[in-house]
Design a binder for this molecule. Structure first.
Ligand SMILES: [Fe+2]
Length: 232
């Protein structure tokens, strides 16, 4: 399995604060998790993509040295890009895709979405072949309520969706997650881990919950999606 979303790179954002914390976080993964995507926040009003990439490279270098000789999952660089108006006009988004793929993890705003927002994401794919992945759909009530139209429009136009492992912990939302994966409305799962306190890497717990709930088939689906979209 792959952890699609994490904030483990040290000193990059509100995630890991030090290489020690990063190593502790990576120590939380069992051998079942073969790969972890490192997706620090990118906010276009704070820095340019190039500035972000420079910082990310430095942080990745620190982490690479720190894990040398240690048994940890394979790490891949990416970003969690904060949606902004006009995102579809920037070819630079190409620089922020998850390495080995054309996938761009996008964090939608925590206010109501409109169709234009979904259109901008769809446009990224049409213009540049960049496939946006909506981050943690569980944090937006699974795209229900006021966001429903925009979410459906996005899904109907090859939109991809990630859910946080947290959503699998309670029974009701687990049932929702399982049903959406089976319907092809959720494609990836990630821990969105930020630290070793309240937001630890929890993908293993989620996998156990899904196995216990006799939903191994969705684990297979999630794995297949990763293989379909990413060259590892
Ligand atoms: Fe995140």
């Amino acid at each position: 399995m792959v952890d699609f979303h994490s904030h483990i790179l040290p000193g990059m954002d509100d995630g890991s604060k030090s290489e020690k914390e990063s190593i502790d976080m990576l120590g939380e993964y069992s051998d079942r998790i073969t790969d972890v995507f490192l997706t620090p926040h990118f906010y276009p009003d704070r820095e340019s993509p190039n500035e972000f990439l420079k910082r990310r490279e430095k942080s990745a270098e620190v982490l690479r040295n720190a894990i040398e000789g240690k048994n940890v999952p394979v790490l891949h660089l990416g970003a969690e890009v904060g949606y902004y108006e006009g995102i579809h006009n920037s070819e630079e988004m190409e620089k922020l895709v998850i390495s080995g793929s054309r996938l761009l993890l996008v964090e939608m705003p925590f206010r109501d979405w409109n169709l234009r927002m979904a259109d901008e994401l769809i446009e990224l794919n049409r213009r540049f072949g960049i496939r946006p992945v909506m981050a943690h759909i569980d944090r937006y009530n699974f795209g229900k309520g006021p966001n429903k139209k925009a979410f459906q429009h996005f899904l109907n136009n090859r939109g991809l969706v990630q859910v946080n492992a947290e959503a699998v912990m309670s029974m009701l939302s687990r049932m929702k997650v399982v049903s959406m994966i089976r319907k092809g409305e959720i494609h990836f799962i990630g821990s969105d881990a930020h630290n070793m306190l309240m937001r630890k890497p929890n993908l293993d717990i989620a996998i156990d919950k899904l196995i216990k709930a006799k939903s191994e088939d969705v684990l297979k689906d999630l794995d297949e999606n990763v293989n379909k979209y990413i060259n590892r």
